[in-house]
Design a protein around this ligand. Structure first.
Ligand SMILES: C[S@@+](CC[C@H](N)C(=O)[O-])C[C@H]1O[C@@H](n2cnc3c(N)ncnc32)[C@H](O)[C@@H]1O
Length: 412
């Protein structure tokens, strides 16, 4: 149960700035105390409740924490690393990346510029041999792009998957033999080829010596991310290990666009200015008519028909089309290109797509994580990423598993 709030959390809960809180502390209106363990300046929950009385919102009191301290130095090998969303999240959870593989030269440049010490292996995963990491890495992770397999027999084996990127993921896991491996993917993998693709992956991991934890789709909004993104997580535990892997627990507090772009609990300043894409003139004129939280249905009927073209008569909600996000809701899933047709996510007050730094914040990258390449390349890297905070929460679950594993395997 959480008994203390940080300065930022308290500012958010009482709806005042940190400066006001510091003044209140001096004036005795709301006194800060030293947190018993870390000695940080914090606020007692009871004091905040007393100050706010009936205005205290219980749902803000998020007592869920997945935080766990690594009891040893743990290492990760990240495949399909992109611009590093998952890798940075795992690093924040205390896992050290020993190597990262990525084919895209701009994404590799992003990784190198931000972390000159990381071992970035640029090129096609199929050209790399990872046997030198055999039994030397604690977790292999990777967001392999989803591809269909061809099914010769009943039960798919590793060799049947040759030529796919999942094959490469499984091949590297086999070469490295870590206690745990984590694949991440889109929800669509559940239904891809009527579920056969996922079943094939599970049977291949089984063949190379891994038990698969029941697959879950994690909603980023439950993991301190102001975006309705979902990620399917595929966890394999080496068959000689009896420790149960547990997914990170979902938080109660849901963050909104305002938490991403303004000063608050997630970020301690307003989003910095940066470059960004623009809508073509016609799209801008249409989106000018859409209110915050609105979409194409909020347009006059004749404009709806004109803008939607054939899609107008096709039925279905299409709630992502001509969509303007509101400050008090999480963003819809960001795509790799912000002005893409049918997936407009317009800024709440200005008729434009989110800028690069706004995109990065919605994915919970910190403002000092730089993306390299053209604007289009940068949007692609950000849109492809696992949100950093989701990566961190998954990272904690790996650390928890590894702590238990190494404790259980210590000589008694
Ligand atoms: C979904 S993104 C991964 C995002 C990353 N996990 C993150 O959090 O930022 C998939 C990545 O796989 C990379 N990729 C695709 N084919 C590859 C290959 N043959 N070898 C290495 N990387 C590849 C793509 O360039 C892309 O950056």
């Amino acid at each position: 149960m959480k008994d203390y709030f940080t300065l930022s959390e308290t500012a958010e809960i009482v709806g005042k700035s940190k400066e006001t809180l510091r003044r209140w502390d001096k004036e005795g209106i709301l006194n800060a105390v030293r947190e018993p363990v870390s000695n940080y300046r914090v606020y007692r929950k009871a004091d905040v409740q007393l100050l706010l009385g009936d205005l205290y919102d219980e749902s803000i009191d998020d007592e869920i924490s997945n935080f766990v301290e690594p009891e040893n130095e743990y290492s990760a090998l990240e495949l399909f690393a992109g611009a590093g969303g998952l890798a940075v999240g795992m690093e924040k959870a205390g896992l050290k990346c020993v190597a990262l593989n990525e084919i895209d030269k701009w994404a590799c440049e992003t990784l190198r510029r931000n972390r000159p010490n990381w071992n970035v292996l640029e090129g096609d995963v199929k050209d790399f041999d990872f046997t030198k990491y055999h039994n030397k890495v604690d977790v292999v992770t990777g967001g392999f792009p989803c591809q269909a397999f061809s099914y010769a027999g009943k039960k798919l084996g590793l060799d049947d998957a040759r030529g796919t990127l999942f094959y490469e993921f499984a091949r590297v896991v086999k070469e490295v033999n870590p206690p745990i491996c984590i694949g991440e993917n889109v929800r669509g993998l559940l239904s891809h080829e009527n579920g056969k693709t996922l079943q094939g992956m599970i049977s291949i991991l089984d063949e190379i010596g891994y038990n698969i934890v029941p697959v879950q789709v994690l909603k980023a909004i439950h993991y301190r991310v102001p975006q309705k993104r979902e990620r399917l997580i595929l966890v394999g535990v080496r068959k000689d290990i009896e420790i149960t892997y547990e997914y990170p627990k979902p938080h109660k507090k849901i963050f909104n666009l305002k938490d991403a772009l303004k000063k608050g609990v997630l970020f301690d300043c307003k989003v910095p200015k940066s470059e960004g894409a623009k809508y073509p003139e016609y799209k801008k004129r249409v989106l000018d008519m859409v209110p915050p939280k609105g979409y194409w249905r909020d347009l006059p009927l004749d404009i709806q028909k004109e803008y939607m073209g054939g899609s107008f008569y096709l039925g279905g909600g299409k709630t992502g089309m001509a969509r303007r996000i509101g400050w008090d809701e999480p963003s819809l899933t960001l795509t790799c290109s912000p002005a893409q047709k049918q997936t407009e996510r317009c800024h709440p007050e200005e008729t434009r797509p989110f800028t690069i730094r706004e995109y990065a914040r919605i994915q919970t990258f910190s403002d000092d994580w730089n993306f390299i390449g053209s604007i289009a390349q940068q949007y692609k890297q950000i849109g492809n990423a696992v949100p950093v905070n989701l990566g961190q929460e998954v990272g904690y679950s790996i650390v928890k598993f590894l702590n238990a594993y190494y404790n259980s395997s210590k000589p008694k």
